[in-house]
Design a protein around this ligand. Structure first.
Ligand code: FAD
Ligand code: GLY
Length: 369
């Protein structure tokens, strides 16, 4: 029987949409070129961090804070269906000043965020080290963000994959969609390996590979790969509870004792190289922030390709053809924005509702079909 919806792309965005559509009672198929959740969503640090990663002035800030507020409930839901724990951690994040320039930025953005009603506690150097003893003695102070949290994005992807399977979503891996199929102005399905698969709605959630597929629906949008390199060390008992940020690096402690260090932002096409220079810069910055990292064993290096757009904002909304929906370009915050994106796309498909606050993120801002 023809599905109500085909989701193309099994990253965090596609799987979250599939979950929400299935819970709304739709028959859903996910078509994934490789394996579910093994691209950008696998590479991610898993920070749910609108406050530490943005200044508060960005167009996406309000939606990011709203998505963060959905997260605990989203994780509880996914875990209770799948039985796999994405290891949500709510200890907060600590931004640390290591030089005068860092310190002077702390005089500005935390107060702007407080004016928006958000918690951002400015700390002295002593209080910063009292909160996180791993922070360098040379730190000039910090800002504690109690509501910026984190989870293990790989475990989230395993949990989401299992959850959608249990909800009856058909997941087809190793299946690359080559074309969006239409009759006049109406999308009727997709084409894959020469076969046409029909559906009531098609959702394009193909991350940094979205441009080519959308061009088959005569929509030209640049979604380009923005490489992020990362590494992990074995913390070896190093006490670190919170995510630490300096302006050059972030350091993310995981429950299993690993500490993630990230990330670069590079425009090198679809190259997946992990380079010596990037590892050097990330490690130097991490050791400057938390000197004990120098003694830790490096256990993994990797990179992922973030989906970026010309204005660095996502494209979320109905496409230029009937029954076509787009959810891509989530750049540095796709893990954070997944629950909100899924809710919004589901509302569009099930109720035909486009919330006013989503309209600025439509494809129309780039081009006309
Ligand atoms: P992807 O996860 O890339 O999934 C797209 C999927 O589509 C892929 O599985 C791909 O194989 C599939 N696909 C592509 N083309 C086709 C086709 N034609 N047919 C079928 N399938 C297809 N975000 C945060 O919120 N917090 C973080 O801390 C964070 N840290 C990051 C750190 C790094 C190093 C990187 C690289 C990213 C980070 N991000 C973070 C960003 C986040 O990972 C992305 O925004 C998010 O994963 C994008 O999800 P997606 O589902 O759109 O893309
Ligand atoms: N949000 C973290 C990153 O993209 O590196």
């Amino acid at each position: 029987m023809k599905p109500d919806a085909i989701v193309v792309g099994g990253g965090v965005i596609g799987c979250s949409i599939a979950l929400r559509l299935a819970k709304a009672g739709l028959k859903v198929t996910v078509l994934e070129r490789g394996r579910i959740g093994r691209e950008a969503s696998w590479a991610a640090a898993g920070m749910l961090a609108p406050q530490s990663e943005t200044t508060g002035e960005e167009a996406i800030f309000d939606l990011s804070v709203r998505s963060r507020a959905l997260y605990r409930g989203f994780v509880d839901e996914v875990r209770s269906i799948s039985g796999i724990d994405p290891e949500y951690r709510g200890e907060g994040m600590l931004c640390v000043a290591l030089n005068d320039e860092d310190a002077s930025s702390f005089a500005v953005w935390p107060s702007a965020q407080r004016r928006l009603g958000l918690s951002a506690e400015t700390l002295s150097a002593d209080d910063t080290r009292r909160l996180e003893s791993s922070v360098a003695d040379s730190s000039l102070g910090g800002v504690f963000l109690p509501n910026d949290h984190q989870l293990d994005s790989r475990k989230l992807m395993d949990s989401l994959a299992a959850a959608i399977g249990k909800l009856g979503v058909e997941v087809v891996e190793g299946n690359e969609v080559s074309e969006i199929v239409r009759e006049g102005n109406k999308v009727t399905g997709v084409s894959s390996a020469g076969e046409c698969l029909h559906a009531g709605a098609v959702i394009v959630a193909t991350g940094c590979w979205s441009s080519r597929l959308l061009s088959t629906a005569e929509l030209e949008i640049d979604v380009i790969p923005a490489r992020g390199q990362m590494l992990a060390v074995d913390g070896g008992g190093l006490r670190m509870e919170r995510v630490l940020h300096s302006r050059r690096v972030y350091v993310v402690p995981r429950r299993d004792g690993r500490i993630l260090i990230g990330a670069t932002l590079e425009y090198e096409g679809y190259s997946r190289k992990v380079t010596a220079g990037a590892m050097n810069r990330l490690l130097s910055a991490a050791i400057e922030l938390a000197p004990a990292i120098a003694g830790c064993e490096v256990v993994e290096t990797w990179c992922g390709l973030r989906p970026d757009t010309p204005d660095h904002l996502p494209v979320i909304g109905p496409g230029p053809l009937e029954n076509l929906f787009i959810a891509t370009g989530h750049f540095r915050n796709g893990i954070l924005l997944a629950p909100l994106t899924a809710e919004v796309i589901t509302g569009m498909i099930v109720k035909g509702a486009i919330p006013d606050e989503i309209r600025p993120f439509g494809w129309e801002r780039f081009t006309s079909a």
